[in-house]
Design a protein around this ligand. Structure first.
Ligand SMILES: [Zn+2]
Length: 263
């Protein structure tokens, strides 16, 4: 599942392909979405948490959320675009080629001046990869969160945005934090360290690319994520898993021995 670091990498890749180039064609399985885009130009490509925003010079912005399934595909001009319209969330053609968002569940287009009040964006907390991100502030919001557990706080994009499930599980393990601890019971310093670590690790992945790797090992790239029943790499205890979250349940992985404390 794409997380904030993936979307940053998308933005870095897509910007040079589209910026300042007139759109020769635009299509979507939701045709109303692309009305009037031909002849317009994309002025900005920006990642905000797990959202990618394309600012268009006609005063509109397109928001794409890849969800669990969405991918971006670039096809150079002269080659056939082999993606059926049923899978095409957004297709933008410029002279040099065609960019398709394939199987992305969420695409919307709105007036750019309404950006700050669009529900999906207005609710977002600061982006962990954003310039003004303050780990200590995020720690305060985490402690004041309505979420019942620390594990759920990390996926609550209102507290801070960009962390998804893989990072959530790994960051909790690296902080030795009990995922079921009530957010307010976790010391502010622990939250601050965790958000600092999140920012550092996600930024590193944006810079280096490749697969996510928190262990530094080639054979096992994650400490706990995806390792249910396997021995913990630190203590040997079998890694546990559970579906957690009321609104949007996600599979949590943790080591019950290493993660007994509040950090
Ligand atoms: Zn362990």
């Amino acid at each position: 599942m794409p997380e904030g670091d993936d979307i940053r990498r998308d933005a870095a890749r897509i910007g040079p392909l589209l910026l300042g180039r007139p759109l020769l064609a635009a299509a979507s399985r939701w045709p109303a979405l692309v009305t009037g885009l031909v002849g317009a130009q994309v002025l900005g490509v920006e990642a905000v948490g797990k959202h990618l925003l394309l600012t268009v010079d006609d005063g509109t912005t397109i928001r794409v959320h890849r969800g669990m399934t969405g991918t971006w595909r670039w096809t150079p001009a002269g080659q056939p675009v082999r993606i059926g319209m049923g899978m095409t969330s957004l297709r933008l053609e410029v002279a040099e080629g065609t960019l398709v968002a394939r199987h992305a569940p969420t695409v919307e287009r709105f007036r750019t001046r309404e950006r700050s009040v669009r529900p999906a964006l207005a609710r977002l907390g600061p982006d962990v990869l954003g310039e003004g991100f303050e780990p200590a502030e995020a720690a305060e919001r985490a402690r004041a969160s309505v979420q019942p557990t620390a594990a759920e706080v990390l996926l609550d994009q209102r507290v801070a945005c960009g962390v998804g499930n893989v990072w959530r599980c790994e960051l909790l393990f690296l902080a030795a934090l009990d995922p079921f601890r009530a957010p307010a019971e976790v010391p502010a310093e622990t939250w601050t360290e965790l958000w600092t670590d999140a920012r550092t690790r996600l930024a590193e992945r944006v810079a280096t690319g490749g697969e996510r790797n928190t262990t530094g090992r080639d054979d096992v790239p994650t400490w706990v994520y995806g390792r249910a029943g396997r021995p913990c790499l630190r203590c040997g205890t079998p890694i546990r898993t559970i579906e957690l979250g009321r609104d949007l349940p996600r599979r949590l992985y943790w080591c019950p021995t290493c993660q007994r404390g509040a950090g």
